[in-house]
Write a protein that binds this ligand. Structure first.
Ligand code: OXD
Ligand code: MN
Length: 591
């Protein structure tokens, strides 16, 4: 190690030691701390973070083990314009990613990182994505100068010695370097080097940019490795749907950021569904690989929730509310005078006075929101009362259905089922959604977001569709594919579907289809439930007509929809599999 390095490595892996030494020489931290993941380490680092004002201890009577963090006000969301995929050829990254040749990006970022940790500690954060001992799991090592990152990674991943134990002497680990620099947006880069299994993230301290296990490794690098190694890394939640007779069906679902994935993953069925249970395996990411039984098996590589706080309440998500009562880090929500947290859409009425997410005095008369729309909670997944313990099974769980969905005010019905795998891939590939606050930029525009992976696919989107098509040959019993939209509105702008727990009705139809119990009718879009196929009982005035309205297929709207799909298809035309063009033609003909 260099002369400045202190702290004892908790691995003998020569590749890890050599790389950490090289990065130490580059960043020149005052100290190097190798994270073990122990409870004592957590206490010491938390105390230090409180002393330095990085964390505020919350009211321990109300929220034991919970802390509050404010990020820099210019650093509150993922930044797609600063996110790069650095493959040798531009074609490999494809037209939907920012690209720079690896050598050029390394030179640029190493120059920025040079001496960036002087006066700081470099934390070596080993982390395991997925259950220990699983062939689907991967190891990453993140070097960071942010204590907030260390404490958050400890929640979001299996962090510490456990990762080095899984890795052994293997060279197969992700090399992640993170430095906050001075948090200037001008020097903010989230750069991925898929061919080296490496990530460099500079100039930010916002979760999605810096908790490198999540979007960077589990999705961007993961998707690249998945293509190479024959598996899927997807932006999907995973749930186990238990019927009253104990039958369990596993479903994965992809929705773009801030479209209610966490709520769906933690859904509580309404009283009408007495005996049905939804078990949560994951709320954001699924890694899936064909298993020996011919089914697609999924694991959640993560160990925590990094959920959007605003809108989360005992009504919208009682399980999440319970999960965030302890050992949770809150970021950019509002802070009340008794050191409790508040956000728009929480059950309690607004506090008479609070500090807003920027730390300014806030009252209900203030024009600004108290919590940032993308404020977050970071909570251990095992806090969820409906956590499915099979999420720790190294084999993963067999997936029977995949659901795609977006936020669409018009055109898209509540639910329909694809005719087959290729058609299902087309549904995923043409997914559109209105943009939200999870990424910097304008909110509310419809943009194409194939499989909810547009910001997260670590290679050419056309090749990604090809990978989805090719994988069919390796899966003997493929999951059925569905499309949903909870967000359709009437002419006055009222939602046509009540959403939240009532989404259980849609999920039940999906499960019944998969189990061969529910009927459907063929339409130009795919198979749809007729009123008699769909449970509309006890719906408080929601009628068969209301159901037909939310399921309406308006041919004029669909003609426009097909045309607007071209926005993406033209961009990647040179790479798009011909099967997708075919599917488009078939849809036009059916319409
Ligand atoms: C997330 C996102 O944070 O998709 O999960 O932005
Ligand atoms: Mn996400």
């Amino acid at each position: 190690m260099t002369s400045k390095a202190t702290g004892k490595p908790n691995t003998t892996n020569p590749e890890v030691l050599a790389w950490v030494e090289k990065m130490t020489a580059l960043c020149q931290p005052d100290q190097v701390h190798w994270c073990s993941g122990s409870d004592e380490e957590k206490s010491t680092l938390t105390a230090e973070a409180v002393e330095r004002g990085i964390l505020i201890q919350l009211n321990q009577q109300k929220l034991p083990g919970c802390y509050y963090h404010r990020s820099n006000s210019n650093d509150v969301a993922r930044v797609e314009q600063c996110t790069f995929v650095c493959t040798e050829s531009e074609e490999e990254a494809g037209p939907t990613n920012n690209w720079m040749p690896p050598s050029q990006m390394y030179a640029k970022l190493h120059a920025l990182a040079d001496g960036s940790m002087r006066g700081r500690t470099m934390y070596v954060v080993p982390y395991l994505m997925g259950p220990p001992g699983s062939p689907l799991s991967k190891v990453g090592v993140e070097l960071t100068d942010s204590i907030y990152v260390v404490l958050s990674m400890r929640i979001m991943t299996r962090m510490g010695n456990i990762a080095f134990e899984h890795l052994g002497e293997s060279r197969d680990f992700n090399r992640g370097l993170h430095s906050m620099l001075d948090l200037s947006p001008d020097r903010r880069f989230i750069a991925h080097f898929p061919q080296d299994n490496a990530i460099i993230s500079l100039g930010s301290n916002y979760g999605g940019n810096v908790l490198l296990g999540k979007k960077c490794l589990a999705l961007r690098i993961g998707s690249y490795l998945g293509r190479k190694e024959g598996w899927f890394a997807e932006h999907m939640l995973i749930v186990g749907v238990e019927a009253p007779n104990g039958e369990k069906t596993y479903v994965a679902a992809a929705f773009p950021s801030s479209c209610g994935k966490t709520n769906f993953a933690m859904m509580v069925p309404p009283p009408h569904f007495n005996g049905w249970k939804i078990w949560t395996l994951g709320d954001d990411i699924a890694w899936m690989r064909p298993g020996p039984d011919g089914m697609l098996h999924a694991i959640n590589p993560e160990a925590g929730f990094f959920g959007v706080a605003p809108g989360t309440s005992r009504k919208s998500n009682p399980n999440a509310m319970q999960a965030i009562q302890k050992d949770t880090i809150y970021t950019n929500v509002a802070l009340t005078s008794d050191l409790d947290v508040w956000w728009e859409g929480k059950d309690e009425p607004p506090p008479r006075e609070a500090l807003d997410w920027r730390g300014n005095r806030w009252t209900p008369d203030s024009k600004e929101k108290a919590a940032h729309p993308n404020s977050r909670f970071t909570a251990p997944i095992e806090n969820n009362p409906m956590f499915a313990t099979e999420a720790n099974d190294p084999k993963g769980v067999p997936i029977s259905a995949i659901i795609f969905g977006g936020r669409r005010a018009t055109t898209l019905p509540l639910v329909y089922e694809a005719f087959n795998w290729v058609h299902g891939v087309y549904l995923g590939a043409t997914m559109g959604s209105e943009t939200t606050a999870a990424a910097a930029g304008q909110v509310g525009q419809v943009r194409r977001d194939p499989m909810a992976m547009l910001p997260f696919c670590g290679y050419n989107m056309g090749f990604y569709f090809r990978h989805w098509l090719n994988m069919r040959k390796r899966i003997k019993n493929p999951p059925r594919i569905f499309n949903v939209n909870w967000f359709r509105k009437d002419e006055e702008g009222n939602f046509l579907w009540p959403g939240f727990g009532e989404n259980m009705r849609v999920l039940k139809w999906v499960v019944d289809r998969v189990q061969g119990r529910a009927g459907a009718q063929e339409t130009p879009l795919g198979w749809v439930p007729r009123p008699q196929d769909f449970d509309l009982e006890d719906m408080n005035g929601f009628t068969v007509e209301d159901f037909q309205k939310v399921q309406t297929i308006n041919v004029e709207e669909w003609r426009r929809e097909v045309l607007s799909q071209d926005e993406l298809f033209m961009k990647i035309y040179a790479f798009i599999p011909k099967e997708m063009i075919f599917q488009r033609e078939l849809l036009v003909a059916r319409l």
